[in-house]
Design a binder for this molecule. Structure first.
Ligand SMILES: [Mg+2]
Length: 219
């Protein structure tokens, strides 16, 4: 029986979009920039895809901020994790799954500071393993990072991957032979080569799908 459930972090376990909006609003006030410029920040951020040093280099130039790039990055890394709320419903759903004998893992592309975010949101202890690409040395959608998660959980790579990004979470899970659940964030699926096994609006909804599938599996 499949007993491994893997989860992405940003905009899956944690509401990265809300965290960025809150952080951005505070950043604009702190640097005496009009709140209407949030759209500029958001555009440079590109949903978190822009590396932070490149992000702050562009923000500094665009708004003529005198603070050094090093200081901007230091301020950001010190404060950013605190903008992630602890999602109680997510924690409750994860505990229900884990209580059923499942191994739970985090598989995230990003820097080691992903660990700080998970700690700040009180999520680290809810998982058997946390795989961060910069630490593991392999990124989604490469199968190796999923293999690393299964190996460290002491189980076969059979189960589920839950995430919001088609090209990393869903393609990666599919290539690894996992069933996949796409956190849609209001979007419509567009890829033709592969598709998720199910769609969900949230992690609790995804976990309900996993548990319902378990009930109907012949194994
Ligand atoms: Mg994500």
């Amino acid at each position: 029986m499949d007993r491994l459930a893997l989860f992405d972090v940003d905009n899956t376990l944690l509401d990265r979009q809300a965290a960025f909006e809150h952080w951005g609003a505070d950043f604009l006030v702190a640097h005496d920039i009009a709140s209407s410029e949030f759209s500029t920040l958001s555009s440079i951020d590109n949903d978190g895809v822009t590396p932070r040093d490149a992000f702050f280099a562009q923000v500094k130039e665009r708004f003529g901020i005198a603070t050094s790039l090093e200081q901007l990055l230091e301020d950001y890394h010190r404060a950013y994790a605190s903008y992630y709320p602890a999602p109680l419903e997510t924690i409750q759903a994860l505990r229900k799954l884990r209580a059923g004998g499942w191994k739970l893992g985090v598989v995230t592309n990003g820097p080691p500071s992903q660990l700080t975010k998970l700690d700040a949101a009180h999520l680290t202890s809810e998982f058997d393993v946390v795989c961060v690409s910069a630490i593991v040395g392999i990124q989604k959608p490469n199968v190796g990072i999923f293999e690393d998660a299964a190996r460290r959980c002491g189980v076969d790579l059979r189960g589920w991957m839950v995430g919001d990004t088609p090209g990393t979470d869903i393609e990666g899970g599919w290539r690894a032979g996992l069933r996949t659940i796409w956190i849609t964030r209001g979007r419509t699926w567009a890829e033709t080569e592969y598709k998720p096994d199910a769609n969900a609006q949230s992690v609790p909804e995804a976990i309900a799908i996993i548990l319902a599938a378990e009930d109907t599996d012949p194994s």
